[in-house]
Design a binder for this molecule. Structure first.
Ligand SMILES: NC(=O)c1ccc[n+]([C@@H]2O[C@H](COP(=O)([O-])OP(=O)(O)OC[C@H]3O[C@@H](n4cnc5c(N)ncnc54)[C@H](O)[C@@H]3O)[C@@H](O)[C@H]2O)c1
Ligand SMILES: O=c1ccn([C@@H]2O[C@H](COP(=O)(O)OP(=O)(O)O[C@H]3O[C@H](CO)[C@@H](O)[C@H](O)[C@H]3O)[C@@H](O)[C@H]2O)c(=O)[nH]1
Length: 427
């Protein structure tokens, strides 16, 4: 099938590469001309393991094309997928400005019948609204079917996730449109769920909100472990063994970040509030996440006997999680900003990113960053940090505190090097 994907971001690029791998011909469009040019020169704007190789192969095999003309792409393809950003507006609701602009372009180019797939994460009711929008623009009803097909990939494992989805959600009551969308994924094993459009939109928001809830729950429980001298790793393992709860997403840390969970929780809250249904649980989930970092800055302060300009803290990690270069809503960056406010001397290292932050000196290696430091904080769970040479770290540091902000280190290895291990919900 010929597919046009609008938006060459994480979702657009990954979906384009995977659909090309499944044998389709994919035209991926972005309004950012510079980005399209770079893509056509083989430069992938994001770091995602395995993506570059797949994109290169399918460009060379004439299965994957990058361009910037949305209208042309709409005219030439049977299926159109919208994968543009849906960032937070000031009030936390999803800002649909990019979706609206794409729909506007689509409306001007619908000369024959198309299936339009919404891959972007959008609030409940957006499919209905998009349909009305096109009708108001004068597009005849029989020219399009608007289908919700939310994306559940995680950054850092995007290709794997797309080939091994827990489920593929198709939101439409139109049987032939559902079959067309299903046929795009032929070759991928995963449970197909065909449901209503608004239900599909809410499955996406509900999933992210539940994951965020699970994380704030375990993070708050970690604080209880701290005051009772218990180890959250053991507690989480014991809780997670209950199959009704599950072991995944119970890793306590300095809070969740990224371009999705924080934004989608806010957007769901705003969508519910707009219908006079305020969501108290998600309000609490957000509050726990917003204060998690401070809780562990306080813990560090206690262990170090204060945090001020006399204290040198090294931070390992800048990205919102490992295996990505994405810094959106990174808790590691927020941590650096918090410590900078306290005037600490700050050095930092991340394998992929070095964002400019006032007061932070970026170093070329993890070991260089800890030179002369009183404490080192693991803010992102990169493998490189897990397998750190702790003897070397100890010999370079002035002090001895290792705050494992992601609970990913081998505590015994750290302590055997004479360092003092401090974790999240662990003494
Ligand atoms: N990043 C993820 O891991 C992830 C996972 C699942 C779902 N989502 C959702 O998917 C959507 C896209 O997320 P993303 O991270 O890929 O976004 P992104 O910001 O990385 O990329 C969006 C792209 O769309 C382009 N764009 C915007 N307006 C356009 C227009 N009018 N015409 C053509 N191109 C346009 C932008 O230039 C940009 O390159 C969001 O709704 C997000 O919530 C993201
Ligand atoms: O046990 C855990 C798991 C994750 N995190 C943190 O939670 C955040 C989000 O992690 P993750 O969900 O793996 O990353 P994303 O790539 O943002 O993926 C989420 O957001 C995407 C966009 O909507 C969805 O498609 C995915 O299903 C959903 O997991 C990161 O800061 C992680 O460090 C933890 O602290 N503990």
């Amino acid at each position: 099938m010929n597919i046009g994907i609008i938006g060459a971001g994480y979702v657009g690029l990954t979906t384009a590469a995977v659909l090309a791998e499944l044998g389709h011909v994919v035209y991926c469009v972005d309004r950012d001309i510079g980005k399209v040019e770079r893509l056509n020169n083989g430069i992938i704007p994001i770091y995602e393991p395995g993506l570059e190789e797949m994109v290169d192969r399918h460009r060379a095999g004439n299965r994957l094309f990058f361009r910037h003309d949305v209208e042309e792409t709409v005219k030439q393809n049977e299926v159109i997928m919208i994968a543009v950003g849906t960032p937070s507006a000031e009030d936390g609701s999803a800002d649909l400005v990019y979706v609206r602009s794409v729909l506007n372009d689509i409306a001007g180019a619908l000369v024959d019948s198309k299936v339009i797939i919404m891959k972007s994460t959008v609030p409940p009711g957006t499919g209905e609204w998009a349909e009305s929008f096109l009708l108001e623009k004068g597009v005849p009803r029989e020219r399009f079917e608007m289908v919700s097909n939310p994306e559940f990939l995680r950054e850092g494992t995007a290709i794997y996730d797309t080939f091994h989805p827990d489920r593929i959600v198709i939101g439409t009551h139109n049987k032939s449109a559902a079959e067309i969308v299903q046929s795009l994924y032929a070759g991928i094993e995963g449970k197909i769920i065909v449901t209503g459009r608004t239900e599909a939109e809410l499955i996406k928001y509900g999933s992210n909100a539940f994951l965020a809830t699970k994380l704030s729950f375990i993070n708050e429980l970690a604080r209880v472990c701290d005051v009772y001298g218990a180890d959250i790793m053991d507690v989480a393992m014991g809780i997670g063994k209950d199959n009704r709860i599950g072991e995944r997403f119970l890793q306590a840390g300095i809070g969740y970040g990224g371009s999705c969970l924080p934004k989608d929780v806010q957007a769901l809250m705003a969508a519910a509030a707009s219908k006079n249904e305020p969501l108290k649980l998600l309000q609490a989930v957000t509050e726990v996440n917003d204060t998690q970092l401070e809780a562990y800055v306080r813990k560090l302060e206690k262990v170090l006997g204060g945090l001020d300009e006399t204290k040198h803290v090294a931070i390992w990690g800048a990205t919102f999680k490992e295996n990505t270069d994405d810094l959106r809503y990174s808790r590691a960056v927020a941590l650096m900003e918090e410590l900078a406010k306290k005037s600490c001397v700050l050095t930092a290292y991340d394998p992929l990113a070095a964002p400019p932050i006032a007061g932070v000196a970026w170093k070329k290696s993890a070991l260089e960053a800890v030179e002369g430091a009183d404490a080192v904080i693991i803010a992102t769970g990169w493998d490189e940090f897990k397998s750190g040479d702790w003897e070397q770290v100890a010999s370079r540091m002035k002090g001895s505190v290792v705050l494992d902000g992601r609970n990913v280190l081998n505590r015994i290895a750290v302590e055997q090097a004479g360092l003092r291990y401090v974790g999240v919900g662990r003494l």
